[in-house]
Structure formats: structure tokens, C-alpha cells
Write a protein that binds this ligand. Structure first.
Ligand SMILES: Cc1cc2nc3c(=O)[nH]c(=O)nc-3n(C[C@H](O)[C@H](O)[C@H](O)COP(=O)(O)O)c2cc1C
Length: 227
């Protein structure tokens, strides 16, 4: 466990591709991923990318292969993702350790396990609500609770529209408690040509907040003229 360790939770909001692309980039940056996937996230992935997450206990190599395979698969390959900048020299060199949602004995359930932060991408309204109330009814919610109490970065990537007052208040409460609310809302000022450009817009902002170097996007003020 070290500052190179990042918790990635994937829940059942729409946007499985954000999670896979984020995982790919974190691995390319050499991060050790502590991964928790909710049951609903498995359903959404099957629907959106016609793919399955491996069972818990699957090796890091198999998780990495699944991520690469799905991003190169029949649906996502049409979206135009580019390989991570580091992949030529060293294909994904981080690691994946996956936990079941009820595995409360996992290190990430404790504040003594050091991480550089946690991201929930995508984050369902259900999980967001549970974290906002401190429910801790599964490992994802417990790990998020730990990141808040330890005052470590917690990035939530919710997706829903429109938003009810209850959902807005939950987000306000979490923001006040120290979480970063980063809805999957890509901009269009970089003139996206492919679906990958929209996904990468959001993933780049998440990586920025986790202080992970990347070359996914030109930064505003640094990009060449578009005209
Ligand atoms: C195909 C599909 C898409 C969904 N999209 C969303 C969504 O965008 N946002 C959301 O909050 N819930 C969405 N849901 C509903 C959640 O999956 C559901 O509320 C679930 O209980 C969330 O559980 P979890 O937080 O443990 O993953 C979707 C469900 C399915 C099957």
C-alpha cells in the first residue's frame, strides 16, 4: 500500500466506457488499482459494451486483458480510442486487485490502508445517496466513507438527468464533506470528432484531480488554434 494505490469503484450508472478508459490510463500510469464493481455496474456493462467484468479473484493480468479487449472490442473500437501515450514503451504496468462488494476485511475498508485517493466512476444516484448518509452498506460505500473521514481525495462521477432536489442536496452535502463532484459532462470546445474524444474529456479531468499525468487533451490556453 502506498500513494501509488488508487481505489476505483464502478457502479451502475450509465457510462461503463468512462470506467474502462480510466482504468486503462491509471494502469498505464503505473497505478495499483483496488477495484470494486457493483452488481448493477455488471448489468450496465453488458448492456452498453456487450462485455462482462471478470469474477472477483481473477488475476491482475486477466483484468488488464479484459479492459484492453473491451476497449478494442466491436462497440468501443468504433469510438476511436487511441492507445495511452506510454503504452508503446510499456503496456499497462500497474496492477489490479479486485474485491467483492461485501468484502469488509479488504484493506480499503480501513483508514490505516494508505491510498492516494478514490474515484467512483460512474457513480449511481443510489451509491451517491448512500455515501451522503454514511450508510456504508457495501465495500464501495465504506471505502468512500473512509476517504472522507481521512480527508483523502474522493472523486464522484455521477450521471443522471434531470436531477431531483434530493440528488442535488446529496451532491451538495458530499461536496461540503470534501468530495469532488465531477459529473460526466463533456465539453465541446475541443471540437470532438469521435465518441472517444467525449469520453477522454471526462477521464482527463478525473486524472487531473487524482494528480496523474496524462496527455489525453490539450489544455485550454495551450492548444493550437482550431481555425
Ligand atoms: C442500463 C442501465 C442504466 C442505468 N443508468 C443509470 C444512470 O445513468 N444513473 C443512475 O443513477 N442509475 C442508473 N441505473 C440504475 C442503477 O443501476 C440502480 O439504481 C442500481 O441500484 C445502482 O446500484 P449501485 O449503486 O450499487 O451500482 C441504470 C441501470 C441500468 C440497468
Amino acid at each position: 500500500m502506498s500513494a501509488n494505490d488508487v481505489v476505483l469503484a464502478i457502479t451502475g450508472a450509465s457510462g461503463s466506457a468512462y470506467a474502462l478508459r480510466l482504468a486503462q490510463l491509471l494502469l498505464a500510469a503505473g497505478k495499483n488499482l483496488h477495484l470494486v464493481v457493483s452488481g448493477a455496474a455488471r448489468q450496465v456493462m453488458a448492456r452498453e459494451l456487450a462485455a462482462e467484468f471478470p469474477r472477483n479473484g481473477t488475476s491482475s493480468e486477466e483484468w488488464t486483458a479484459m479492459i484492453e479487449h473491451t476497449l478494442a472490442g466491436p462497440i468501443a473500437s468504433a469510438w476511436g480510442f487511441c492507445p495511452p501515450a506510454t503504452s508503446n514503451a510499456a503496456p499497462s504496468h500497474g496492477s489490479v486487485r479486485a474485491y467483492g462488494t461485501s468484502d469488509y476485511s479488504a484493506g480499503i475498508a480501513s483508514g490505516s490502508f494508505r491510498t492516494s485517493g478514490m474515484v467512483i466512476c460512474p457513480c449511481s444516484m443510489g451509491t451517491l445517496s448512500a455515501i451522503a448518509t454514511g450508510a456504508s452498506t457495501n465495500l464501495i460505500q465504506r471505502a468512500a466513507d473512509v476517504h472522507l473521514k481521512e480527508r483523502r481525495p474522493l472523486v464522484l462521477v455521477p450521471r443522471e438527468t434531470p436531477l431531483s432536489l434530493i440528488q442535488l442536496e446529496n451532491m451538495t452535502r458530499l461536496s461540503q464533506a470534501g468530495a469532488t463532484i465531477m459529473p460526466s459532462m463533456p465539453g465541446f470546445y475541443h471540437r470532438p470528432m469521435r465518441i472517444a474524444d467525449l469520453v477522454d474529456f471526462v477521464v482527463a479531468r478525473i486524472l487531473d484531480h487524482l494528480q496523474v499525468e496524462h496527455t489525453l487533451m490539450n489544455r485550454w490556453g495551450e492548444e493550437p488554434s482550431l481555425d
